[in-house]
Design a protein around this ligand. Structure first.
Ligand SMILES: *[C@@H]1O[C@H](CO)[C@@H](O)[C@H](O)[C@H]1NC(C)=O
Ligand SMILES: *[C@@H]1O[C@H](CO)[C@@H](O)[C@H](O)[C@H]1NC(C)=O
Ligand SMILES: *[C@@H]1O[C@H](CO)[C@@H](O)[C@H](O)[C@H]1NC(C)=O
Ligand SMILES: [Mn+2]
Length: 532
């Protein structure tokens, strides 16, 4: 984005490829109000000139096939689901630009974006065909064959706009999710329609927004949320199995890591937050199917733990202080699943204040984990479950409680969430995955967060008021929660039972993957607590 000051008027030149259509429109409105002007940048050479040869080369890691045993549904079935959506909305084609949606639809994974197994591409799915716009050098013979079998044609990445032009010229009604499709694509389509059909899209009445088509007036586009996002969020049995299995291997890596870290601290070895994150990566990368971390590890000792999106840097980070709380939020991409887990521990003697805050965060974590709710409940309804124990003593945390997680895909995905921000009305559905991550952050002192991933499942209730299903959660994450930090006097018997049952399951599921000191560590850290 560039600003040019011409007299009293500010002219904003916007690189349309970098903004979603909705974001660009919002910006246009905001600056029009101030009597400035927005100019769209059409000449891609201008951007290249500004970079003056210093533009980084686009990555070209090879694309790989996400095997059917992990994907659960083949590409042909996914495309035919999408085509029935096209027919229902009277669209000729949908333009898919979200990289995780493309990867999911085509059962492909890439290596173009750190932490996210996706490749740069556009996909156009028509009623009778599909075109993938991608850099050829990333396409192996196996991938080419896989795409051919699914009836997907390959096109050069930079021909997307000319394809949109020619579809518009043919009168194609294109479906755009304007919250994600970039402004260049939507504007190219709109102006091509205007040029080819003479009547301005905005003057065509009756067929905007709801897809009812009227070819005699030319196409005007269908502007709706992508149906892929929800389909991707509801995991099938194979995806859930991959998530379960990868979480157990991840738990084994974490047990090996924690016993190592406690040992080093006992020996008085000085380790920085970055040393610790690097070692964790080393343990994870020994697990089968490991590919990458799923985000930058948040490794925060003492006051750094209170910085919610803290990223330790080698030059500036702290040494892990055995006398303070240590917060570790990390995750991995495996061939069969994606993990995201936070644990908070103390290597010495925690204070009463630290224990009280930890225990209240744990109570919120348990309350959400145990929630049972009617179908069609959106996530924000459950957010207060995770906060109520903190609220009772006037504490809170300034972040959402849960986000969606992809199956061997992005660690953050929609459309569902569990957040105090009102407005996300997406109901939680059977097969969705969400994180359960309440926390508490005491500025300049410590941070606490306890995070597991959960899968939404049906719950058998003695009644079914309303004749509907009742839903609850099943845990994916099996890693000990430090008993030492629990103030037993605050917990109910049911909460103590929850913790003890959880630890019994951790031992049962993860101990077969461990031996030696890691197995001993797991045993030590899954012993039941007894409420006197
Ligand atoms: C949707 O289409 C119908 C005709 O099929 C039309 O009456 C209605 O006004 C349209 N709605 C919008 C929001 O454009
Ligand atoms: C298309 O729109 C025009 C103008 O509103 C109308 O006269 C015509 O009947 C419409 N055709 C169909 C098939 O709806
Ligand atoms: C397990 O607990 C025992 C008894 O407290 C202790 O001696 C041993 O060092 C612990 N082992 C590990 C690996 O934590
Ligand atoms: Mn998370």
């Amino acid at each position: 984005m560039m600003f040019w000051l011409l007299g009293p008027k500010l002219v904003l030149i916007l690189e349309q490829f970098l903004f979603s259509f909705d974001a660009a429109e919002e910006l246009k409105e905001a600056i029009a109000k101030k009597n400035h002007k927005l100019v769209y940048l059409y000449n891609p050479n201008l951007v290249d000139e500004i970079w003056k040869g210093s533009r980084p080369m686009p990555p070209n890691k090879p694309i790989r096939i996400h095997e059917l045993k992990y994907a659960g549904v083949d590409v042909a079935s996914k495309l035919s689901f999408l085509r029935s959506e096209l027919i229902d909305t009277c669209s000729s084609a949908i333009i898919v630009s979200m990289l995780d949606e493309i990867a999911w639809l085509l059962n492909l994974r890439g290596g173009d974006v750190p932490h996210s197994p996706v490749m740069y591409a556009y996909l156009i799915v028509e009623v009778d065909g599909a075109k993938l716009f991608v850099d050829n050098s990333k396409v192996t013979p196996e991938v080419l064959n896989h795409l051919k079998n699914a009836g997907v044609e390959l096109k050069p990445y930079d021909t997307i706009l000319s394809e949109i032009e020619s579809l518009a010229a043919k009168g194609a009604e294109l479906w755009f999710d304007t919250s994600s499709v970039n402004a260049a694509i939507v504007n190219t389509y709109k102006s091509a329609c205007d040029r080819h059909f003479e009547i301005h899209a905005s003057d065509r009445k009756g067929n905007l927004h709801n897809g009812s088509n009227n070819q005699s007036w030319g196409p005007s586009g269908v502007y709706r949320a992508s149906p892929i996002s929800l389909a991707k969020a509801v995991k099938n049995p194979a995806e859930l199995e991959g998530m379960h299995n990868s979480h157990l291997r991840d738990a084994a890596a974490l047990a090996e890591f924690w016993v190592w870290l406690e040992g080093e601290i006992d020996k008085d070895v000085k380790l920085t937050e970055v040393d610790v994150a690097d070692k964790l990566l080393e343990f994870r990368s020994k697990q089968a199917g490991f590919i990458d971390t799923s985000f930058d590890t948040i490794s925060g000792s003492g006051a750094n733990g209170a910085i919610i999106h803290y990223k330790p840097e080698p030059e500036s980070c702290s040494v892990v202080d055995p006398k303070k709380l240590f917060l570790l939020d990390s995750g991995a991409q495996y061939v069969d699943g994606t993990t995201d887990i936070t644990r908070t521990v103390h290597f010495g003697e925690p204070t009463a204040r630290e224990k009280e805050c930890f225990t209240r965060v744990l109570q919120g974590h348990i309350a959400l984990d145990q929630a049972v709710f009617p179908e069609n409940t959106p996530g924000f309804v459950l957010d207060a479950f995770a906060r109520s124990s903190l609220w009772k003593i006037g504490l809170d945390y300034r972040h959402g409680t849960g986000h969606g997680v992809g199956a061997a895909l992005n660690v953050h995905e929609g459309p569902q969430s569990i957040s105090f921000r009102f407005g996300n009305m997406t109901p939680l559905q059977k097969g969705m995955i969400v994180s359960n991550e309440p926390g508490y952050y005491e500025d300049h002192a410590f941070g606490i967060r306890i995070e597991n991933l959960l899968c939404v499942k049906q719950v058998d209730t003695p009644n079914r008021y309303g004749g509907i299903e009742y839903l609850g959660f099943e845990k994916l994450t099996y890693v000990p929660i430090q008993n030492k930090l629990v103030d037993l006097s605050l917990l109910s018997v049911a909460e103590v039972d929850w913790l003890n049952n959880y630890h019994a399951q951790v031992w049962e599921k993860v101990s077969p993957l461990l031996d030696g000191s890691a197995r001993e560590w797991l045993w030590n850290n899954t012993r039941p607590l007894v409420k006197q």
